[in-house]
Every structure is written in structure tokens, then in C-alpha cells.
Write a new protein. Structure first.
Ligand code: URA
Length: 281
């Protein structure tokens, strides 16, 4: 008896449709440029990168990051690299697998350091507060998490605004997910100590806000991190978060985009994209 070949189902590729409704259409059409984000402090040449996650009111947790790097620049969504995978793991510990939204403190990648006057520029702060208002006022956010100092300050500035004062949403600031790497200068011992310290900081934050996530995607008892990254602590970023058609290898790992060149100017002008090994045989 001849067997019929199993019929192959067509593959479905979920994606993020982008900015399709107000107030996000206006926020993305009308954003601060070089007069607000000086080119000696930001890589404005690569354009602004706005968000990742749900903009349809279904988000229960809002994450505020710092600034986009080279992978974000290519993908045009934030927190899509290693920091993003660590954040997915943190959200999962709160039972949040899809009901989240992330914005950054800054629309553009930081170049060097941000001057205090720039970070306090009312045009920069007011624009960010318009995003926070869109995501918080009359919406369903139950917890806000700030990644690192700049994000924590962004929250303080929002809380000083009339809309921020009126909002009572629980907030927690955590150590930035890649702070261990940036603080340890490739020293393995320092990296291990900084990772342990950060995971302790994250455990304290989880203790603080776990009970405030009243509508998790998955009811999840609080399980603390250990002293090092465990197998499930860094999670894949869901396909629904990426623009349509993004190849799998760009979603799965980072390291494929590097700022290349002999000097700082060349590195600003070049991002080299290399298809991950094993993809093209
Ligand atoms: N990428 C972002 O977009 N934000 C961060 O805070 C870190 C990496």
C-alpha cells in the first residue's frame, strides 16, 4: 500500500505591524531631531528607534530601557539583543510572556556621554512623557520596570509631570541587564561578581512587584534567580515583536551587527552585518 506524503502546512510568520493607530502614528511622525539630540552625544544619523512590544492596550508591564545599539538600529525595535533576552527572562518570572511594552530613555543610540543639560532638555523630556502618557494613562499597565540609572531618572521626570503625579502604578528600578559586562572590562572574575550582584538586585525587585502583576499571561510562582545565569533565564524574543519578514538568524541571536572602522568616525558611519554562520552553506 502506497503512503501519501504528509501534507506540509504552510509556515506562518507572526510579526509586529508597527505604528498603526494614534497616538503612536503622531509620535512616530513627529519626533525630536538634532536640535534636541545633539550629534556629539547621540548617533542621530541612524534615526530614532521607538519601542518593542504591545501598543494595543494589552500590555501589563512597561519596561524603560536606556538607548538602542547596533542590532536595534538594523531591526528598528528596541531591546532585541542580549539585554532584550535577559529582560524577556525577567518578565517571564512575573508571568508576562506577551503583555509587555518597552521604550527607551533615549530615541537614539548614545555616543559617549549625555550631558546633564541634554538629558533635562524639556523638548526631550516632554516627548518621552508623551509616550509614557500614551502607555500609562487610561491603560492597563500594572508594573513599570526601569533598567539602569538613566531610565530611573526618566521615571522621576515623568513623576514630576501632572500626568505622572496622578498615576499610581507600582514602579521598580533594576540594574541594567548588561551592566555586568560594561562594568567588568572582560575580566571573568569581575563579570561573575557583577552578574551575581545584578541577579540579587533583580530578585529584590521581583519580591517587590511580583504581587502587583494581577493579570499575568501565565500564573507563575516567584522563583528567584541563582548566582549565575540559568538555562532558562535568557529567553527568545517573540516573533510578534519583530517587523515583518525579518530573517530567523536576526531574531535568534545577536553578534551579527558590528560597528566597524579604524576610528570613531568610521565606526559611526559603518555597521557591518554578517549572516550568522551555518545559515548559508
Ligand atoms: N538596547 C536597548 O534598546 N535598550 C537598552 O537599554 C539596551 C539595549
Amino acid at each position: 500500500m502506497s503512503r501519501k506524503a504528509a501534507k506540509e502546512e504552510p509556515k506562518v510568520h507572526p510579526f509586529d505591524p508597527g505604528y498603526t493607530a494614534e497616538p503612536f502614528l503622531t509620535l512616530c511622525a513627529n519626533y525630536p531631531e538634532e536640535t534636541v539630540y545633539p550629534p556629539d552625544q547621540f548617533r542621530v544619523e541612524w534615526g530614532p528607534i521607538f519601542h518593542r512590544g504591545r501598543l494595543d492596550g494589552s500590555a501589563r508591564v512597561l519596561v524603560i530601557g536606556q538607548d538602542p545599539a547596533q542590532h536595534e538600529t538594523v531591526i528598528r525595535r528596541i531591546l532585541v539583543g542580549e539585554a532584550g533576552r535577559r529582560v524577556q527572562g525577567l518578565l517571564a518570572r512575573l508571568g508576562i510572556t506577551k503583555s509587555y511594552v518597552c521604550i527607551n530613555t533615549y530615541l537614539y543610540s548614545v555616543f559617549g556621554t549625555v550631558k546633564a543639560a541634554t538629558s533635562r532638555n524639556p523638548a526631550l523630556v516632554d516627548y518621552r512623557n508623551r509616550w509614557l502618557k500614551a502607555l500609562l494613562v487610561g491603560q492597563n499597565i500594572e508594573v513599570v520596570i526601569a533598567l539602569g540609572q538613566a531610565a530611573s531618572t526618566a521615571w522621576t521626570m515623568w513623576k514630576a509631570s501632572p500626568d505622572g503625579q496622578a498615576s499610581q502604578v507600582p514602579f521598580v528600578a533594576v540594574t541594567h541587564p548588561t551592566q555586568p559586562e560594561s562594568s567588568s572590562n572582560n575580566d571573568k572574575v569581575k563579570l561573575a561578581a557583577a552578574t551575581k550582584k545584578m541577579l540579587q538586585n533583580w530578585n529584590a525587585a521581583l519580591q517587590q512587584v511580583h504581587q502587583n502583576v494581577i493579570h499575568p499571561d501565565v500564573v507563575t510562582p516567584l522563583v528567584p534567580y541563582g548566582d549565575t545565569w540559568g538555562a532558562d533565564d535568557r529567553l527568545r524574543i517573540p516573533d510578534d515583536d519583530f517587523p515583518a519578514g525579518l530573517p530567523l538568524w536576526m531574531r535568534e541571536n545577536d553578534g551579527w551587527a558590528r560597528r566597524t572602522g579604524a576610528d570613531a568616525l568610521a565606526k559611526r558611519r559603518n555597521i557591518t552585518i554578517t549572516v550568522s554562520s551555518g545559515v548559508v552553506s
